[in-house]
Write a protein that binds this ligand. Structure first.
Ligand SMILES: *Cc1c(COP(=O)(O)O)cnc(C)c1O
Length: 436
């Protein structure tokens, strides 16, 4: 009985790998790591404990672990031109919790974007079960979004800040950054206003960390941010993990918030994988990030020309890896997500900023979100974005049978099996590696 389950698990894993070989991965929060990162993830580091800071560990057996973690810190500092980096938070969510713990107390007020406006569940209110409210007890007030510009409204933010101060709800923290993040946020324009009232300026770079590290988006630390949290597996093409980047003067409270606050073991195999990904980004990242953005613009343009309502056309659609499409004329985001999946095109449904007000729900929102990080890592360029737009048109606009499109998608994918922008790629991107 258990042997059957055991076998079934491997069968399913291999099916998943085969599927992704033949699919177009357009989830904006995902990416594919290099074979080098995958190798590191299978190492014995993943079975060890190393609580504390390198050189001051609670556990023995960390000789080599410490050296690798120090390399990770050094490379990460270089990538972000940062004075201090804590590479121990095990995910973007945990990184945000470290920021909340280091810079606020439960009961404090934080400003961030609402979820329909692109904010992440970690920035959510208590009544929504969001991390900031439900886990750290923060009172969340929303940053106003300009719907047309798909960006934070600077003047309205200043007004709302004044109002909060007058009501005795002065924010202790503002979190810039989002999960739908086509344009750089106005950190430079707003940092002073928040600093003047004593608030910490935070920046959640979960999505755009890879683009920032490669100098292709904005530079939050130089624009006035005190601290930046990130995920290491979205545009930053490492293993699933997190990090907090900041200035030396905040080092002690961030370290304490991470350990003993937020982690015991901190996934040492992932830290090693992040170090490898940092080395790849330092070597190949600029080329990669530029192509990610060029691909996003090209995909948006190609979809727009075919009749999709891609938002922010007047601004060139996007300056990052992400594009947002209003699909209310074609149906709803949930149904379209499913139809595209049947054609092996993997995207996700997404709330549009005005969806909740118009009575739409997360299961069937008005939008879809696409990201070009992973297809770029597979070596695709502008021409391939045209082809992807055509596949999507056939499914969503022409209502062609998805199974028919699926065969063409698989054929198209044959030429893109290796991971690019890395030192070595002996195995294919989605090759199933057997070591049993
Ligand atoms: C993805 C995301 C996170 C969470 O990252 P995980 O690594 O999945 O925990 C946090 N903030 C934003 C804005 C995100 O998009």
């Amino acid at each position: 009985m258990s042997r059957e389950h055991y076998n079934r698990i491997f069968e399913l894993l291999q099916k998943h790998h085969q599927w992704f070989r033949e699919a177009i991965p357009l989830i904006a929060s995902e990416n594919v790591p290099s074979p080098a990162v995958r190798e590191v993830l299978t190492s014995d580091f993943g079975n060890r404990y190393a609580e504390g800071w390198p050189g001051e560990r609670v556990y023995a057996g960390c000789t080599y672990i410490d050296r690798v973690e120090n390399i990770c810190i050094e490379l990460m500092k270089k990538l972000f031109r940062a004075e201090f980096v804590d590479v121990r938070p095990i995910s973007g969510v945990v990184s945000n919790l470290v920021v909340y713990t280091a810079f606020t107390e439960p009961g404090d007020t934080m400003m961030a974007l609402s979820i329909p406006c692109g904010g992440h569940i970690t920035m959510g209110k208590k009544k929504l079960g969001g991390t900031a409210g439900a886990v750290h007890g923060l009172n969340v007030e929303y940053l106003p979004l300009n719907y047309k510009e798909l960006n934070i409204d600077v003047d309205r933010t200043k007004e709302r800040l004044k109002k909060l101060v007058n009501e005795g709800k002065t924010p202790k923290l503002v979190m810039f950054g989002a999960s739908v993040f086509p344009f750089p946020h106005p950190v430079k324009e707003l940092a002073d206003a928040f600093h003047e009232v004593g608030a910490t300026v935070g920046y959640d770079a979960a999505h755009v960390a890879g683009l920032i590290g490669c100098g292709c988006f904005q530079d939050p630390l130089r624009e006035g941010a005190d601290v930046m949290s990130l995920s290491t597996h979205k545009t930053f093409f490492g293993p699933q993990h997190g990090s907090v980047v900041s200035w030396e003067k905040h080092a002690d409270k961030i370290k304490r918030a991470t350990f003993p606050g937020m982690v015991s073991n901190h996934h040492l195999h992932a830290v090693a994988g992040v170090a490898v990904a940092c080395a790849e980004l330092l070597e190949f990242g600029e080329q990669y990030a530029r192509q990610v953005i060029r691909n996003a613009k090209a995909l948006a343009q190609a979809l727009y020309e075919r009749g999709f309502n891609v938002l922010a056309e007047h601004k060139g659609f996007t300056e990052s890896h992400v594009i947002l499409i209003d699909v209310t004329k074609q149906g709803d985001g949930g149904t379209i997500e499913q139809e595209l999946e049947k054609a092996n095109i993997i995207i996700n449904r997404n709330l549009l900023p005005w969806d909740i007000k118009e009575g739409r729900h997360f299961m069937h929102p008005g939008g879809i979100r696409l990201g070009t990080s992973e297809v770029t890592r597979l070596g695709m360029k502008e021409n391939e974005m045209e082809e992807i737009a055509e596949f999507m048109k056939r499914v969503v606009l022409d209502k062609e049978a998805p199974e028919k499109v699926k065969a063409d998608v698989a054929e198209f994918r044959k030429d893109f099996q290796k991971v690019h922008y890395c030192f070595e790629n002996a195995v294919e991107a989605y090759e199933y590696i057997k070591i049993r």
